[in-house]
Design a protein around this ligand. Structure first.
Ligand SMILES: C[S@@+](CC[C@H](N)C(=O)[O-])C[C@H]1O[C@@H](n2cnc3c(N)ncnc32)[C@H](O)[C@@H]1O
Length: 261
């Protein structure tokens, strides 16, 4: 009897879990929506991060008016469950809910360098990548063609560099992620001591290289080994020894990184 009840309970939880998994797309798509609407920057208010109602946030997002605060609130509540926002019930009633950014939410706020994780969110939800996810099961049936190629007709990086908007977003997304990561890494890593020439394979905008060279002036030469269309976008940095090594090579990047790891 007891066993039967346990089994029923566990099968109820399993049914709920599978429904949650089936609807999981609502989480990243809601995140993408709030980034597209520029909600985190609108909520930040130069750092005061005062809790705001959905209507107040909407006024900042759409200063010329309009929009649906109720639908915005749905997105805010969804992402509150994933700790992007904190919900505040005013006077203990649930008639007015207000929202502020959590530590996770703050990663989406544009910093003084114009960077945040927002571009990374947008980059991962571009139409071309979404199309590749739709055919991901085909990679099992026919592994000779990557889902991105199947969906878009060519490999991701050659596709990106042909589209200035995608190329720009990719560069911005990588900078937004790599600058804080490299800052944290350089605080506790001494592996660059004794290095004179450093090659960053797939160095994107050159942020990591620039930061390493700044911290370790003994590294005399830094080579950003990336695609020509990517390095063409990299700003020159006066007073530093960055040499851009423009080289398109056709080796398989995935295999290369696999080999390294
Ligand atoms: C995930 S991004 C790396 C980001 C960078 N390491 C950072 O931390 O900001 C991968 C990089 O590899 C570059 N890449 C892809 N294929 C390449 C190739 N065949 N030769 C050189 N670079 C390539 C891309 O242009 C892109 O900048």
């Amino acid at each position: 009897m007891e066993n039967k009840r346990c089994e029923e309970e566990s099968s109820k939880s399993a049914r709920l879990a599978i429904m949650e998994l089936a609807n999981m797309i609502s989480v990243p798509m809601s995140l993408n929506a709030i980034v597209r609407l520029n909600v985190p920057d609108a909520m930040w208010q130069d750092g005061s991060n005062t809790p705001l109602s959905a209507s107040q946030i909407l006024t900042r997002v759409l200063p010329s008016g309009g929009g649906d605060p109720e639908n915005l609130q749905r997105l805010l509540r969804m992402l509150t469950s994933y700790h992007v926002f904190e919900e505040h019930l005013i006077d203990g009633s649930d008639s007015e809910r207000r929202y502020s950014l959590t530590q996770i939410g703050k990663t989406l706020v544009t910093d003084a360098q114009g960077l945040s994780y927002a571009s990374y969110v947008l980059q991962h939800h571009q139409e071309e990548l979404m199309r590749a996810w739709e055919v991901v099961q085909d990679a099992v049936v026919d592994p000779t063609t990557e889902p991105f190629v199947k969906a878009n007709g060519e490999a991701a990086y050659s596709y990106y560099v042909r589209k200035p908007e995608m190329n720009g977003l990719m560069l911005k997304a990588m900078s937004g992620v790599s600058v804080p990561f490299m800052k944290a890494m350089l605080d506790g890593y001494d592996g660059f001591e004794g290095v004179e020439t450093l090659v960053d394979v797939g160095g994107s905008a050159g942020d990591c290289l620039r930061m390493i060279l700044h911290k370790h002036p003994a590294v005399r030469q830094g080579l950003n080994f990336d695609l020509p269309a990517v390095v063409a976008k990299v700003p020159t940095i006066p007073g530093e020894f960055i040499i851009i090594f423009e080289q398109f090579c056709d080796f398989n990047f995935r295999k290369f990184f696999f080999f390294l790891s």
